[in-house]
Design a protein around this ligand. Structure first.
Ligand code: GLY
Ligand code: MN
Ligand code: MN
Length: 355
């Protein structure tokens, strides 16, 4: 990964002499450096990774063509100042959406620069449309999720706790080649499934429970995300009704989605179906989000998203119905949007599974 030229175009457009990139995913995107601490510095003349001794060798290995600067006892301020002085930088951009207020003040006091210019999401925006290589990584990450879903169905038994199932999911993801989970797995059973982002607990799985499994992993830096809801034992008529309404909404969106619609137009397809079925007030989150180096990226599919969805953007399609005291259902696939429709990266069964 080496996208510094795209950043140089942004500098030119914004009339900024250099930028300090601090968002870890953006550092990785522009330089290939996946270390956890440091900055990527880019001007028209220089592209450098500034980090500390713990990451020097890693940066040399990962950030091809970049100058690698290891900070000394003078810390980041000294290393950055040396650069600013030698390049006569007046206007230095920084990622205002990422930087801690305390760090900003430290840099403002310590740096020899006329102006620190807050950038919006200009750098992050570069990541919106995925390259074929990025899509391959996301697809692979999602296929690991599919494999884990198949295996976890043989593992789940009444009497197990949500935490045991979450631990098994995360173990299997890694055993199948994932670097890590893309977020802590959500395992929500019974009435806990009425909380969209329930935290796995010591609650035991019981017959008659809805069981929502929402998980994903990271492969070559890229995230996946999927959700399936099953029933332990026989589903009641009400459970079937709720489930099939969510499924109908999800399938309708998969059929509808293609490049050129605003995020809110796509969201509305699912929302209309769910609300018309009598579940207004039970679908309180957006329909989906983009996925890449970070699990929740923009643009979103939500009632307020005005941005137009373009070919090469990834989106989750995850409608849900959540009923307090009863339970909830969410079904989530991850797709890449194309000019004519989408390619669905998720292949797990989604007709109601009664386990
Ligand atoms: N795991 C949270 C989500 O599906 O967005
Ligand atoms: Mn999810
Ligand atoms: Mn999601």
């Amino acid at each position: 990964m080496n996208n510094y030229r795209k950043v140089q175009e942004i500098l030119q457009k914004l009339d900024i002499d250099a930028v300090l990139i601090s968002n870890g995913n953006n550092m990785y995107y522009v330089s290939g450096f996946a270390g956890e601490t440091g900055y990527v510095y880019i001007s028209q003349k220089t592209h450098a990774v500034i980090t500390d001794f713990r990451y020097t060798i890693q940066a040399e290995m990962e950030a091809e063509g970049y100058e690698i600067i290891t900070i000394g006892n003078g810390g980041y301020e000294e290393a950055i100042n040396d650069m600013l002085t030698s390049e006569q930088i007046n206007r230095l951009g920084f990622e205002a959406e990422d930087m801690l207020y305390a760090t900003y003040h430290k840099l403002k006091e310590g740096l020899n620069v006329k102006e620190l210019v807050p950038l919006g999401d200009e750098i992050t925006r570069l990541r919106r449309i995925k390259t074929p290589q990025e899509l391959e990584y996301i697809k692979k990450a999602e296929s690991i999720g599919d494999e884990v879903f198949r295996e976890i169905l043989d593992f789940i038994k009444p009497g197990m706790t949500e935490l045991e199932i979450a631990a098994k999911i995360e173990y299997l993801l890694k055993m199948k080649g994932a670097q890590k989970s893309s977020f802590p797995a959500i395992v929500a059973s019974g009435i806990n499934s009425s909380m969209p982002h329930a935290v796995p607990s010591q609650k035991k799985i019981e017959k008659g429970d809805f069981l929502t499994l929402d998980f994903g992993c990271v492969y070559e830096g890229y995230c996946s995300d999927m959700t399936r809801t099953i029933v332990i034992g026989k589903a009641s008529d009400q459970q079937k009704e709720v489930y099939n309404t969510v499924l109908k909404a999800q399938l309708a969106v998969l059929d509808f989605i293609k490049a050129g619609y605003q995020g809110k137009e796509i969201d509305k397809v699912a929302r209309d179906i769910i609300y018309k079925a009598g579940y207004e007030g039970c679908f309180g989150h957006g329909l989906g989000h983009s996925v890449g180096l970070f699990i929740h990226e923009n643009p979103r599919l939500s009632p307020t998203e005005e941005e137009v969805i373009l070919a090469g953007m990834t989106e989750t399609i995850e409608p849900g119905i959540y009923i307090k005291g009863f339970g909830g259902v969410r079904i989530e696939d991850l797709v890449v949007v194309t000019e004519t429709g989408c390619e669905n990266f998720t292949h797990s069964e989604k007709n109601l599974i009664e386990l």
